[in-house]
Design a protein around this ligand. Structure first.
Ligand code: AMP
Length: 188
């Protein structure tokens, strides 16, 4: 299974991805986590993307596509990939389709988590207090939301064309949202 968890920053993609890893043994492919690791390790890539990430802008398609391609064999071996925060542009979605097609696979479902904007801001503020992410501040968050609206939301019609989108309410408790995702994954 290749599943995309889709939605704006703070909608719960990361939390729900981790649950799917625990419950199903699939592999979470979070480009945000990969980039934060590179940044924390001070690698050349990390240094290149640090300022872009801290401001809330998207890093280049080439960088994230390469990061994802490197991890596809591992996800295939595990029997499932949960794409979390990738793809974020139509170019990334096309590259993912091409990379999966080469492996005789494709995107099976796009689970879209629906969360109100006011709730997103509240969650970001809570996470800022708990995790101290450099991009969890109101200015960077506004840039991230705008990047979502301008560059990522166009993926909704992109995936709707092939009937892959499953909408799941994302405002409930973690368990409720997880149950919604499980039900969405059962849909044929
Ligand atoms: P996330 O943890 O998914 O919210 O990602 C944190 C930051 O990493 C984003 O605001 C971007 O700067 C960068 N990033 C993560 N994934 C991508 C992606 N697929 N395309 C471009 N930039 C990304």
């Amino acid at each position: 299974m290749n599943i995309i968890l889709f939605g704006p920053p703070g909608c719960g993609k990361g939390t729900q991805s981790k649950r799917l890893v625990t419950e199903r043994g699939w592999v979470q492919l979070s480009t945000g986590d990969m980039l934060r690791e590179a940044k924390a390790a001070g690698t050349e890539l990390g240094q290149r993307v640090a300022a872009i990430m801290d401001a809330g802008n998207l890093v280049s398609d080439e960088i994230v596509i390469e990061l994802i391609e490197e991890r596809l064999p591992e996800a295939e071996a595990a029997g499932g990939a949960i794409f979390d925060g990738f793809p974020r542009t139509v170019a990334q979605a096309e590259a993912l389709d091409a990379a999966l097609a080469k492996r005789g696979a494709g995107v099976d479902a796009v689970v879209r988590l629906l969360v109100d904007d006011s709730e997103l801001v509240a969650r970001m503020e809570k996470r800022a207090a708990e995790e101290g992410r450099a991009d969890d501040n109101i200015d960077a968050f506004k840039v991230r939301l705008k990047a979502y609206q301008d560059q990522t939301a166009p993926l909704i019609p992109f995936y709707a064309r092939s009937g892959k989108i499953r909408e799941v309410p994302g405002m409930g408790s973690m368990d409720e949202v997880a149950a919604g995702i499980a039900a969405a994954l059962e849909e044929k």
